[in-house]
Design a protein around this ligand. Sequence first.
Ligand code: 8YV
Length: 315
Amino acid sequence: MEKVNILQIGPYPEWDIEALARNFILHPYYAADDKAAFIEGCAGVIRGVATRGDRGLSRELIEALPHLEIIAVYGVGYDAVDLDAARERNIRVTNTPDVLTNDVADFGVAMMLAASRGIIGGEHWVRSGDWSNKGMYPLRNRVFGKRAGILGLGRIGYQVARRCAAFEMDIAYSDLERKEGPDDWSYIRDPRALAERSDYLFVTTTGGAATKHIVNKAVIEALGPEGMLINISRASNIDEEALLTALENRTLGYAALDVFEGEPKVNARFFELDNVMLQPHQASATVDTRKEMGRLVRENLEAHFSGRELLTPVI
Ligand code: 8YV
């Protein structure tokens, strides 16, 4: 296969770069100081794009690439890709579902446990000498047997629920319709009603316009001063201004967040809070999973340019 020119929107681990370079000529857009000039210089030869879930591909960039045939997303979320612009030119789009589901679910539950049981604070309590100087670490909150709400029972939400069931939690979920699952998982269509009956509310729904601010002020207030909000999906699913105000006024008990508006820049108001856990969008970031994600990006591109079926098509 003649080496095809690929626009690489974001950084990848070295092992992916080496593997991609065997069949493709990579043009690292993210590393260019003058991105407009960079695109002008390579647009005439670019036939594919390799991007990341959090970076996607805008209509502007799609329209700047006259020979673009496929957009391969390193991630399950493709909400940052302008699908309408891609459809207008029959440009294929792929993502990397399933391979990251369990790591992301593990991470959401890990944040719930770490935040509830004060794992990070406890480490500091020992290292700082506070244990010797101030005595016992303050009591924290039980997770076992409490009420878990899953906002979006897709692949990741389902695995979060299975993990919560292992802690004998009382599980309910919200989705557009009732989903297959254990009889004792309750279906509550309305996100606000789900929040009201939950101690821990996991946001696991897809990102994008249809779910923008699905966690709004009313949902946050319903979760309340004893509740914990856990976001392992997209920042756009939560009204971040309402979230910050609720945390500052303590009308929401706690938030464990892996995604932020404008990431990696994070609103500095979060840094003033002691009732929030801040993580750098790392829910899928294990070596095993990222190698699988990179493999899918590569194999989808190779399949397309070899005239074979795509492995994980979105459109
Ligand atoms: C990745 C994600 O961190 O799967 C997704 O959509 O957001 C994460 O798994 C991201 O895509 C890599 O930048």
